[in-house]
Design a protein around this ligand. Structure first.
Ligand code: COA
Length: 363
């Protein structure tokens, strides 16, 4: 980075520190821990403090948050801090403009987030790119999930705008190489994926996928972490990891064999077999399939009825169903990301991604 760019980023960082003090609403403990961790990482680098005792809850939570950033470079931490503060400020200012408004759109560039009838709907909104998940979108989805986990809705829904649910990871994410080179890129990418998947593992209330069209890659693998998956009969489910020289994420190496048995899971996760919504339902990945013509009407009627159930009972029932496997899921997530980090640097992966991008360039 040039000296001028470095000074500009330091100024943005200092502005963001001042902006935090001006926030009128408490962003909640989770966000405050994230801010603390990013601040420490940006100013001191990777966590170097001794681990506090297990009963020193507050300092242990802070230490965990900082340590969880691993070797994230100072510069990236500084930028993430600035981005997080800016999203908090803009969500605050949009709620000041329209007090009580149901749409939280102002805070997000690639999502439409609405709360109505006890349901928070997070809609991926990049239809021209088939809702491919860019780095910014990963961050926005994490913020939207953190907010939805704390709001007063009973259910949270993830869906896509346009003809696709999502085409998975934006393959351009691999091309934006930071000053630390491709190794740094691979590290940053897997930290992002690990944090992203963790938000789904820890999501505290019923999470429902409304799969409006084809789903690819991480948008499929995550489905094992949802409580209900409703799909249009137009949806397909495709995890072409081997084709891309990559390996499964989203905890699918654990959830898919558990849901559908190891043979069916292998066909999808190792060999990239694309399956229909009907097949996904027969295999237990999808709860129910609806004809596309009545999909939205039938699904939302049902979800509105569910959302009237007592919210605490819903939340606690989910917790009791999921709690025994949470530790296993976090361990799986960490393992998958470690492996993925090497895969991203492999010739197999780089050639496949360049193949996709250069095919596009030639059109
Ligand atoms: N990453 C980056 N760009 C993507 C994308 C992705 N995962 N999925 C779609 N896009 C882009 C396309 O490049 C295209 O961009 P352009 O209009 O600037 O050229 C646009 O979205 C529309 O996609 P297009 O390929 O023209 O539509 P299609 O109907 O012919 O094919 C897909 C749709 C999803 C089958 C195809 O785009 C694809 O294979 N994408 C890659 C999916 C993938 O491998 N995901 C990662 C899994 S691990």
């Amino acid at each position: 980075m040039s000296g001028t760019a470095m000074r500009a980023s330091q100024v943005n960082f200092e502005n963001a520190m001042n902006q935090v003090k001006l926030l009128k609403t408490d962003p909640g403990n989770e966000v405050k821990l994230k801010l603390y961790a990013l601040y420490k990482q940006a100013t001191e680098g990777p966590c170097n403090a001794p681990k506090p005792g297990v009963f020193d809850f507050v300092n242990k939570a802070k230490w965990d948050a900082w340590n969880g950033l691993g070797s994230l470079p100072k510069e990236t931490a500084r930028q993430n801090y600035v981005d997080l503060v800016s999203s908090l400020s803009s969500s605050e200012s949009s709620s000041q403009v329209k007090p009580g408004a149901e749409s939280k759109q102002g805070a997000y560039e690639f999502l439409v987030v609405t709360s109505e009838d006890g349901i928070t709907k997070i809609m991926l909104n990049r239809p021209a790119k088939k809702n491919a998940i860019s780095t910014k979108m990963y961050q926005e989805i994490m913020l939207a999930l953190q907010a939805a986990g704390k709001d007063d809705s009973a259910l949270t829904v993830l869906t896509g705008n346009g003809d696709y649910y999502s085409s998975g990871n934006d393959l351009n994410n691999f091309t934006d190489i930071p000053p630390g080179g491709v190794e740094q890129k691979a590290k940053d990418s897997v930290i992002l994926v690990r944090d992203f998947v963790s938000c789904f593992i820890d999501f505290p209330k019923p999470l429902i996928a409304v799969v409006n069209g084809p789903a690819v890659g991480i948008s499929v693998t995550l489905l094992g972490l949802f409580d209900i998956v409703y799909a249009s009969d137009r949806a397909t489910f495709h995890t072409p990891f081997s084709h891309l020289g990559q390996t499964p994420e989203g905890c699918s190496s654990y959830t898919f064999p558990k849901i559908m048995g190891s043979a069916k899971a292998a066909e999808m996760l190792i060999f990239g077999k694309k399956i229909t919504a009907g097949e996904a339902c027969a295999q237990g990945l999808v709860t129910q399939v609806f004809p596309d013509s009545t999909f939205q009407k039938e699904v939302w009627t049902r979800l509105k009825a569910f959302s009237k159930l007592p919210p605490n009972a819903l939340r606690i029932s989910k917790e009791i169903i999921r709690k025994n496997e949470k530790e296993k899921l976090h361990a799986t997530n960490a393992d998958e990301c470690n492996i993925l980090q090497d895969r991203i640097l492999s010739d197999e992966c780089m050639n496949a991604v360049m193949g996709f991008l250069s095919k596009k360039a030639k059109l």
